[in-house]
Write a protein that binds this ligand. Structure first.
Ligand code: PLP
Length: 381
């Protein structure tokens, strides 16, 4: 009988496939845009054209499916194209429930473009189950979208409880699990229908690829529609990027466990700092989502946190300007630690407080990260 290797072992070897032609341990990058048709006019390889068909892309997808214990996975040219493919698989007129606080660019797209295209999107606090229950309409709501922990307050939605509400009303549940990563949360095992990742972040992990991923609980009609959206709109990941993603994912578990431990150290340190109004991190017992996170997140609370400065917005902008080790940049999930004055990038109408600094904890020594942030805040007070 074939041994059942653990997910950690399979991940380290990106499923351990050996290239038959060359016997290479590291997979080759398949760049062809077209494939030979058999003399009898068939395409027995299953490969016809590079937009839907690419072997390097499929290898990356197999790893994502393994990580999420999914029936299938698709990678995309960005996290945004992965998420929007789910919404574009709905029909104009469909009712959708989405979080009030979520990745800002997707929220803006839902508010402006998806609404214009005919989706009826209702934003609620998805960490409040009563609010979700009130918003979901039997037979009308087709999708409940969650992001947990969610940008940039790291509020936590109870995936299993929301699935019960949504499924009871005939809706499916999609979860942006970018920040949780498949190491700490498996949305499909909690009942979700689709898990989504900005693979730009932890999955790739090195701030050098823009990519997205979806994983599905079932190969159903909705999944077929999503595949068609990707193939026809061409929201594909190029083979070089798919290879980079495949390489990055091999070290996912080692990276995120270390990042999560460091984020906890940083959070606990600044929670005791009188210059800090609040530390938002689901790993802290004071965080409103802590109990759900402790149940739902397996072995870690992730590498993202935010701090709010008592001295206000200008002090937060100045603190970000004063860092020497942290890198002042948007994005998250890379090996280098990033700091960002989040309200500035989200712009007018953001629900993000002006005094908030978003922190993506990388692989540096947490003592150095604390010392640097300490001096950066100190220069303001
Ligand atoms: N979801 C989350 C939680 C994100 O942080 C981001 C990007 O910052 C996205 C989705 C969008 O991903 P991408 O930038 O890969 O399109």
């Amino acid at each position: 009988m074939k041994p059942q290797w653990s997910r950690r072992s399979l991940l380290a070897q990106a499923l351990g496939k050996i290239d038959e032609a060359s016997r290479a341990v590291t997979p080759p990058i398949h760049v062809t845009t077209t494939f030979i048709r058999d003399p009898d006019n068939q395409y027995r390889s299953g490969n016809v054209y590079g937009r839907p068909d690419n072997e390097t892309v499929r290898e990356a997808e197999a790893v994502v499916a393994m990580l999420e214990r999914a029936a299938g996975a698709l990678v995309f040219g960005s996290g945004m194209s992965a998420a929007t493919a789910v919404f574009l698989s709905l029909a104009p007129g469909d009712h959708v429930v989405a979080p009030t606080v979520m990745y800002w660019a997707l929220r803006n797209w839902l508010k402006l473009d998806a609404a214009q295209w005919g989706l009826r999107v209702e934003f609620v606090d998805t960490s409040d189950l009563a609010a979700v229950k009130r918003a979901v309409r039997r037979g009308e709501t087709k999708l409940v979208w969650l992001e947990t922990p969610s940008n940039p307050m790291w509020s936590v939605a109870d995936i299993a409880a929301v699935c019960e509400i949504a499924h009871g009303a005939g809706a499916v549940v999609g979860v942006d699990s970018t920040v949780a990563t498949p190491i700490f949360t498996r949305p499909l095992e909690l009942g979700a229908d689709i898990a989504m990742h900005s693979a730009t972040k932890y999955l790739n992990g090195h701030s050098d690829v823009i990519a997205g991923a979806l994983a599905t609980a079932r190969e159903d009609e909705r999944w077929t529609r999503i595949k068609r959206v990707r193939a026809t709109l061409g929201q594909i990941l190029g083979p070089f990027e798919a290879y980079m993603l495949l390489r990055g994912m091999r070290t996912l578990e080692a990276r995120v466990r270390m990042q999560s431990a460091s984020a906890m150290t940083v959070a606990e340190h600044f929670a005791k700092d009188s210059r800090v109004l609040d530390v938002l991190y689901p790993g802290l017992p004071t965080h409103p989502g802590h109990d759900v996170a402790a149940r739902q997140m397996l072995g870690g609370f992730g590498g993202m946190l935010s701090i709010r400065l008592r001295a206000g917005e200008e002090a937060a902008v100045r603190a970000a300007a004063n860092v020497k080790l942290w890198k002042r940049a948007t994005s998250l999930g890379g090996v280098e630690s990033l700091i960002e004055h989040r309200a500035s990038i989200e712009g007018p109408g953001t629900p993000c407080p002006g005094d908030l600094l978003r922190l993506s904890v990388g692989l540096e020594d947490p003592a150095d990260l604390i010392a640097d942030l300490d001096q950066a805040i100190g220069a303001n007070s």
